[in-house]
Design a protein around this ligand. Structure first.
Ligand code: CMP
Length: 216
């Protein structure tokens, strides 16, 4: 768990204390870990794999708020404010997660200022990210939002080789359109256009994005 940034500052004894109250759990791809509006009882950290955090509209359509990958955490809000889960969480790949129950999590925050600070930094990061999403939805058109989402996925999940970034397709096209807040037809139009311009190459398991061509 040393690789989890939240715990990076802890000494051996403190890490020992965290290990004692946490449980390693593995989950198959596609497992719903919890749903929006449920009572929250567990805080999770991702050791491997990735988890999507999403909210569901009144007719069942989903909006992805964020993707958590190794080293990131989720599920703290309802433990801190005692309210129901603010979003749902589902594994996108087979995952290894570290779980800490609510009371132990709060005790950890009370006893380790560095961990509390780490949670505050994570919440600050998310608020900035949410502000950015509000900006994008208010001021950017759908095509630009798709391109921004592809670049975000590239920066977060891509492997870089010169100006070419290879991004493993852990999200399907429905999910990418939810991430960009566009209709799937719009997403497919933009992807086709980028393919024609040789900026994007699709294969069944990944896609390649030429950042230099995209910027020019
Ligand atoms: P909690 O409300 O307990 O359960 C859902 C979790 O999703 C929440 O805690 C946060 O950890 C996470 N979450 C909620 N909203 C966002 C968001 N806008 N961006 C990233 N993560 C979020």
């Amino acid at each position: 768990i040393r690789q989890v940034p939240l715990f990076a500052q802890l000494n051996d004894a403190q890490l020992e204390a965290v290990t004692a109250i946490s449980t390693k759990r593995s989950f198959k791809a596609g497992t719903v870990l919890f749903s929006e509006k449920e009572i929250g009882s567990v805080f999770y950290m991702v050791l491997s794999g990735s988890v999507k955090i999403y909210t569901t509209g009144s007719t069942g359509e989903e909006k992805i708020l964020s993707i958590c990958k190794a080293g990131e955490s989720f599920g703290e809000l309802s433990l801190i404010d005692g309210k129901p889960r603010s979003a749902s969480a589902q594994t996108l790949e087979d995952c290894m997660l570290l779980a800490i129950t609510g009371q132990s999590f709060l005790d950890l925050l009370r006893t380790h200022f560095d961990i509390s600070l780490g949670i505050m930094q994570e919440l600050s990061h998310r608020l900035r990210d949410t502000n950015q999403q509000v900006y994008d939805l208010t001021f950017l058109d759908a095509r630009t939002r798709v391109i921004k989402s592809l670049i975000t996925m590239a920066n977060k999940h891509g492997l870089r080789n010169g100006s070419i970034i290879t991004i493993k397709l852990v999200l399907n096209f429905d999910e990418i359109s939810q991430l960009a807040s566009v209709q799937k037809t719009t997403l497919m139009q933009v992807i086709r256009d980028l393919e024609e311009k040789k900026i994007l190459t699709l294969s069944p398991s990944d896609f390649k994005l030429d950042l230099a061509k995209l910027r020019s």
